[in-house]
Design a protein around this ligand. Sequence first.
Ligand code: NOJ
Length: 558
Amino acid sequence: MTEKDSWWEGAVIYQLIPRSYADGNSDGIGDLQGLIGRLSYLRWLGVDALWLTPIYPSPLEDGGYDITDFENIHPELGDLSAFHRLLKAAHDQGIKIIIDLVLNHTSVLHPWFQRARWAPKGSTEREVYVWSDDPNKYAEAPVLFRNFESSNWEWDDVAEQYYLHRFLRHQPDLNYENPWVQDQMLGVVDFWLERGVDGFRLDAVPFLFEAEDSRCEGLPETHGFLRQVRARVEESGRDVLLLAEAIQPVKEAAPYLADDELHGAFNFVLTAHLFAAVASGNCKQLKLCLQEAQTVVPGCRWALPLRNHDELWLGDGHLVPEGVIQTIRAGLHQGHGHWLNWGINRRLAPLLNGDPRANRLLHALLYSLPGMPCLYYGDELGMGDWPGLRDRDPNRTPMAWTPARNGGFSSAPDPLLVLPAITAPGYDYRVVNVEVQKQLPGSLLNWHRRMLTCRRLLPALRRGDFEVLESRHASVMVYLRSVESMTVLVAANLSGAGASLSLDLSRWNGARTREVLWGCEYPPANEDWFVYLPSYGFSWWLIGEVDGSDPLNADLHN
Ligand code: NOJ
């Protein structure tokens, strides 16, 4: 399968939490049946693929990332036949399904762990997990969930040893030195490949193997195992996306994208730089970051998220320089109030102080940069969050569908709801919901839909080459996306003040230029081409004529 043929190249990925999306059986918890009922909305919106956070049986100590059975569905969400129906219905609508695959750890309630703690020290059963008599082993591995844990080790009274957990103490790390573990997890990959999934979002990939005197991230053995996962996918003969969650600097995340390893990886460094650019109104670092990512791994293999179900992870200075973190904290008015672990625990809209212009601008960048734009459910509406809920739950509240009770998410009595629907001023579900926004032509939702329609019509945005142009303005980012027959020019003003500038378009001297979203004609390209962008403004322009049928046809601009 060549990359050019792959469905995921430049695909728009919509992330959702099945428990919080739509409740199909009125028990207050979202489920697969409910999601099936909302596929027509997702098709209408124009996304290519859905990424479902974990759907497996789990005690839900960590939003389902603590799994007790890798080859089944959490009963509250449905069962394997409901999953089959979901896949079929999604495929009928032209939508791909990506599932979360948690390779690094299980729940403490997984039968493997229960067996391990009772098994004799050193036995194969015990060695399914990583045990030690010394809790100072691997001392250089940082504690990731520092709000909840102070060590990566937990004492187990039955085993009379410590077990390693890079995340919560309820999530023991599997021992990949044990070939049995590798076999089992490759079996899990096969299981879901046979069920027909279109992709895996590989959770926490850097942490599979450990070694002394290292952060225990991205060790050569870890890459070796991921290459085996890739081989399984290749053997299936299907075009299945392997997308890495590796919250690491670009140069450390890039090795996962070796040709025989994973297809894609999230670019979390870019996410931080996008927020820093909006916070400071200066895009110099953002440009450098984009150029670095494209130099290291050219093309569309980076997945581009703004927000997701976790806190906005900024790290301990390893992911992005401390100055970037400070810029975000200062510019987006985040004191210590919303700080969790190593990041800011807010949804996109409140993080941007409720400013829909910044929401549009950041998504306009995502939808036009090389890669796979990732849209987090509810961000297409500017949905708010619920500060004060446990852990990362503020960002995981029910999707707002209608102004009806509980935002039309569920007809169950309120106390049964998985999490409360948002009623905060400015974000109340009676106002911020799909039904209302569909009816308002100028709504954020209709804007997202229009942008995604335009993106679909412009192959240059999906898979074109990328070139940063000189903008002569500190707040304005200018770049080109081009395929053989089409060139799209993008300019984005990251600041809250208007910006006027002139661009040197002498390369296309005399060529027709048209703004894409509304089809407005601009003066022909020249060496001193004047542009005005309002605060947080952006534009996409088509330069020159397009071979074949013109994408800016009447349908789009009706
Ligand atoms: C990353 C996931 O995004 C997060 O939600 C989870 O808590 C950890 N991995 C552990 O699985």
